[in-house]
Design a protein around this ligand. Structure first.
Ligand code: BG6
Ligand code: MG
Length: 217
């Protein structure tokens, strides 16, 4: 019996996945890495800021110290946060508002489970902050997806057992995290071909949750 749905943020609820990509591309160009592509960005989805940085750096041939890496991650974050200046409710992805309203009507709890330390800022700018019963994000965790920590913290904040949670994810790391945490996984967008997922859809807009057995028993 599904009692809660835990949503990833970037690329599932909000279009910020594209802003992440553009900020990393900007940094890569500054570092003289001109072959950083959207395919590389797929591996950055779901993982922490520092793990995402490694995906950029492995495209170049320079070696950086830990201190330099922290500076580079900060630089990317400044570019990223500046690009969120005009973020608004219009940047919420199609199908999200309808899905949240459906879950509320069914009495199913909702939470965020995101690697991003910018989660509070994004929720505030998109007006989504009060739409969730619990928030678990990069500010709460010590381990990055594919470790299930961020989802287990969300489930614990909700007071729901992992086996009664569905995770919605657009990253392979996130699908792996959901499954190793003992949860159901609904894959959308970039993760939709992931064989570990229990269910998949191009986007939440075309996922017919009204007919899905998880929510209609
Ligand atoms: C995830 C993104 O949601 O958050 C990753 O998919 C990103 O690409 C990670 O690296 C960390 O985000 P932030 O905002 O803390 O740099
Ligand atoms: Mg994501």
């Amino acid at each position: 019996m599904v009692e809660a749905v835990i949503f990833d943020l970037d690329g599932v609820l909000v279009t910020t996945d594209e802003f992440h990509y553009l900020a990393w591309k900007h940094l890569a160009e500054e570092l003289g890495i001109h072959n950083f592509t959207k395919e590389d960005n797929v591996r950055q989805r779901g993982v922490s800021r520092m793990a995402s940085l490694e995906v950029v750096l492995e495209k170049g041939d320079k070696i950086y110290t830990e201190e330099e890496k922290l500076e580079l991650a900060d630089k990317k974050n400044n570019i990223y946060v500046a690009s969120l200046k005009d973020l608004s409710p219009e940047d919420i992805l199609p199908g999200v508002t309808r899905f949240l309203a459906f879950l509320k009507e069914k009495g199913i709890k909702t939470a965020i489970g995101s690697a991003s330390k910018n989660t509070p800022l994004i929720l505030e700018k998109t007006g989504l902050a009060s739409s969730f019963d619990a928030i678990s994000c990069g500010l709460d965790t010590t381990k990055s997806k594919p470790d299930p920590e961020v989802f287990l913290i969300a489930a614990s904040k909700l007071g729901v057992a992992p086996e009664n949670c569905v995770v919605v994810e657009d990253s392979d790391a996130g699908i792996q995290a959901a499954k190793s945490g003992g949860m159901y996984a609904l894959a959308v967008g970039a993760a939709k071909e992931n064989p570990l997922a229990d269910c998949a859809a191009e986007s939440l807009d075309v996922f017919s949750f009204e007919k899905n057995g998880w929510f209609c028993e």
